[in-house]
Structures are given as C-alpha cells and as structure tokens.
Design a protein around this ligand. Structure first.
Ligand code: HAM
Length: 489
C-alpha cells in the first residue's frame, strides 16, 4: 500500500481577534430606566410652565450645516474653536451636531417665514446637544437643554419675562436661584469697550494666566470670565463695560432691572459677565443656585438678547432673546438637595391576577382603568400572589386589585389598601367608582367602556384553567411590608 503523503496545510490557523466589549464614549451618559424619573418629571414641569406662558414647541434637527454655528457663535469662541462635533457627511457637506439651540431656531424662524406670524413668536424646545469639552461633573459631551426663545419683540418687559419664566421653572422644581445679570451694550458699544479692555489687558499681560494670554489674541472679552486665580486681580481692576454703554443701552438695562425688582426676582449685577457666545447684545444673564458664587460648571442656565442674529442669517432685522437651562445640571442640583419630585411614576393601582383567565381579563381591565384616568401597573410574568404584591409594594402602588378564578366567577375583585393592608371584596363593575372614592378623585370624564362583564372569551379560557387554580390566599398585611413611595435614582 502506497504511503499516504501528508500534505501540510499552507493555511495558517486563524487567530481570532480578542473582542473588545463596546464601551460608552467618554463624556456620554446612558439614561437608565431608574434615571428617567427625574428627567421626565423635570421636562414635564418645564413644558407645563412654558406652555402656560404661551411658548410653542418646536423641534429642529440635531445635525445642521456647520457654518450655522461657526458664523453665529463666533469663530473665536470656545465652542467653535474646540468643542464642535464637526465632520463631512457622505455628500461632502460640512455638518455639525448642534452645540446649542438658538442658531437652529433662528434658521427655522427665517426658513418657515415665521416673521409673518403674530409677533413675537415664542418657541421652546428640549433635547440633546453636543460639545466636545473636557468631561467633569455637570459637564458632558452630550447633554440636554430646555430652551425658550422670543423672536420679534424688543422691550425690557420681554427680557424680564424670559428671566421670570426661567426663575419660576427653577423655583417650582425646588431650587431658589439668583440671576447674575449684565448689559454688554450694542455691538458698537462692545467694539469700543473691547479696544479699551484689550489695551488694558495687554498692559497686564505678564500677570495673566497662560490661557488668558492666548485669549488675549483671540477673544479678550472672555478673559473677564476666567476662573484662574492669577487673573482675578487683573479682572477686578479692568475697565467695566457699564461705563461704555450708550444711553439707550443703559436705559434699557435699568428698565429690565426695575421689572426684576417689581417681580421680586433676586439678581446680582455682574459687570464681568459676558457669556461665551458672540451673538449677544445688551442684556445677558445666568442662573445660579442661591449662595453659589458662579463657579465654572455651576450655571444652571443662561441666555440673553441677540438682536442681530436673524438679520445676519438673511432675515428681516428682528430683535430676539432667549435662555436655556441645562437639564443634567438641574437634576444634579435637585439630587444634591435631595428634592422630592411630584410622584410621576407612583401608580394608583397594581393589578394582581391568578390563573390564565384572570390574566386575560386583567389586560382588558387595565385598559379600562387607564381610560378612566388611573395610573395602573401589573406584572403579568410573576405567578404567585405574594411575588406580585411585593412588586406592587416596591413600586409604591396605593391600591392593589386582586383577581382570581373565584372572583371572576362571582364578578368581584379584591381591593387591597397597600398602606393599611386591609382588603375587601367589591363588585368588579364598581371598581372605578371605588377607586375614585378612595383616591378622593373626581372621575375626569365618563370613560369609554372597553369591557363588559366577564365575556365569552374569558369564560372559554376558564374552562382550560387548571382544575385547581391557585386560591387567592391573601397574605396578612404584615407579610408585605408597606413603605411610602420613594423617588430615588
Ligand atoms: P449656554 O450658557 O452655553 O447657553 O448653555 C446653557 C446651559 O446649558 C448652561 O448653563 C448649562 O446648564 C448647560 N450646559 C452647557 N454646556 C453643558 C455641558 N457640556 N454639559 C452639561 N450642561 C451644559 C446656550 O447654550 C445659549 N444657546 C442659551 C440661549 C438661548 N441664549 C439665548 N437663547
């Protein structure tokens, strides 16, 4: 027998690359289900207040032409200089993830001819923004803002209203704020002041921090915002913009302050406040928690007037002003202060069911209760009653409705008060009435009835239920420890 020739394979063994598990990008944040509580409650509150002040919601794309931002925010600002997520898309257009809302809203105002609507146009929006900054507490590369703009109106009362709206939003969420406010005058005032400031700062150059020395070349006004210790003495002795304001800008500023006095809104005059974006004129402001000195990452929000921006983008000369509040910073502050939220997720009633027929009926009953205005929860996966009651307890349901085969046959349901642990059997047809009574709530409107008594389908299902379905054995109250609903992350 001929010897078998052993042919060596020329194929090298394939080395599998070690799979690197995907990771969150630096400066980005997942918002987990347990984190949504704050976020949703805060956004809902902000939307309610903005709507009550007649702001209308607008949504603009996250991606815009890059020059929308580079032109409006200013080439020498930190955002444009260092922080924009800018790239060329497949059509070779230079695009950018939005680093702020105002420019996009101005584009939309012009593009949709909003000048033809009743002026002023009051808009609000909420959503994610992107700035490639150094991440730290309260500063992320993707973050969310709530933004309000008034376009087509210039009067001190307009600026005061914007500040008042932001102040009420923060107050209603439990945060007492102070407004830091300044006027940076018209663009002519600012240009003259900027010359004066630059020659002063040049004369003090050797005392400035390295960063401020660089800013001296690019954007000297921003040196006033510097938090570097060595800059503080230079800033304190610097000429102040208020001395360069035209009479018109000065009067406007005084009028805004008078409105704030009338509205009892606490403010601090901040002559060095210039804000980090180029489009502003006259009134600029920032919101800080009361007692905060205005540290780098502590502004909860900020805004100001930008009367030249709409015209700069080719629209009719249209004055405008607005503000934005950072949602993450707001939530961070609420958590630090351990502020309670309105019970957004606290359900009125948990629906526990035992057996397939009860489970089936539960789906229809849940829908019916929801239509009647109740916050209903259930866990259709957990089988045993005690497991379901534990869930009801954990999520802080005020009442639990318990439905088993016997109840279905009798047309009843067990109503358990989760605070006292007491329970009673009630007519299933009267469940909404009972819940309204016990929750001390008026029925909002006659609900559409989606279910009747136990229907044929359920009856058929009952035939297939196990011959000895689990009895509804109600655990004594002490088995399920009832705790007050908590809102926590
Ligand atoms: P801004 O001062 O750049 O203004 O941002 C407003 C707020 O957004 C800040 O006070 C802060 O709460 C939050 N924020 C900014 N950057 C970050 C970040 N990297 N991480 C977390 N939160 C951040 C504007 O954006 C203007 N568009 C406001 C405006 C509207 N002016 C007129 N209308």
């Amino acid at each position: 027998m001929p010897k078998k020739k052993i042919v060596k394979s020329s194929l090298k063994p394939v080395r599998r690359k070690k799979f690197e598990p995907p990771r969150l990008l630096r400066g980005m944040k997942d918002i987990l289900p347990e984190d949504q509580q704050y976020r949703l409650a805060v956004i809902k509150k902000l939307e309610d207040i903005a709507t009550s002040y007649s702001y209308q919601r607008i949504d603009t794309p996250i991606l815009e032409q890059a020059n929308l931002f580079t032109r409006s925010l200013g080439e020498d600002t930190d955002i444009v200089d260092k922080e924009m997520y800018i790239f060329e898309d497949k059509s070779e257009d230079r695009v950018s993830l939005r680093p702020e809302f105002t420019a996009g809203l101005v584009r939309a105002y012009i593009e949709h001819g909003m000048l033809n609507r009743t002026q002023p146009v009051k808009l609000y929006t909420v959503g994610p923004l992107f700035r490639h900054d150094r991440p730290q507490a309260g500063r992320y590369r993707q973050f969310n803002q709530f933004d309000c703009e008034i376009m087509g109106g210039k009067a001190p009362i307009v600026d005061a209203e914007l500040i008042a709206v932001a102040h009420s939003l923060l107050r209603d969420l439990g945060i007492d704020t102070q407004v830091h406010i300044n006027s940076i005058g018209s663009s002519e005032d600012r240009a003259q002041y900027s010359n004066e400031l630059t020659s002063y700062l040049k004369s003090q150059k050797r005392r400035l921090s390295e960063e401020s020395k660089l800013r001296l070349l690019k954007n000297p006004l921003r040196i006033l915002d510097s938090k570097a210790e060595e800059d503080q003495a230079v800033i304190a002795e610097a000429p102040q913009i208020v001395d360069w304001l035209s009479d018109e800008s000065k009067e406007y500023f005084i009028n805004v302050l008078e409105y704030l006095d009338d509205l009892n809104i606490p403010y601090v005059l901040q002559p060095t406040l210039v804000r980090g974006l180029d489009y502003y004129n006259d009134i600029v402001f920032e919101f800080y928690e009361e007692g905060e000195t205005g540290g780098a990452q502590s502004a909860l929000g900020g805004g100001g007037r930008y009367d030249g921006l709409i015209e700069m983008f080719g629209g009719q000369p249209t004055p405008a002003a607005g503000f934005a509040i950072g949602i993450e910073r707001l939530i961070l502050t609420m958590k630090t202060k351990q502020l309670q939220l309105p019970g957004l997720y606290v359900p009125d009633v948990f629906l526990a069911q035992l057996g397939k027929s009860a489970q089936k009926y539960s789906l229809a009953l849940m829908d019916q209760l929801r239509l009647s205005g109740f916050q209903v929860r259930a866990n259709l996966v957990k089988g045993s009653l005690s497991a379901q009651l534990k869930v009801a307890n954990k999520i802080g349901a005020r009442f639990t409705l318990i439905l088993g085969k016997k109840e279905l046959l009798d047309g009843t349901i067990i109503l358990r008060d989760m605070e006292s642990g007491s329970q009673e059997i009630i007519d299933i047809q009267k469940v909404e009435k009972e819940l309204h009574k016990r929750l001390d709530r008026e029925p909002s409107k006659p609900a559409v009835r989606t279910i009747g008594p136990i229907d044929e389908v359920v009856r058929a299902e009952m035939e297939h239920d196990s011959p000895n379905p689990e009895e509804v054995i109600i655990p004594p109250a002490e088995v399920v420890e009832t705790v007050a609903p908590t809102v926590e992350e």
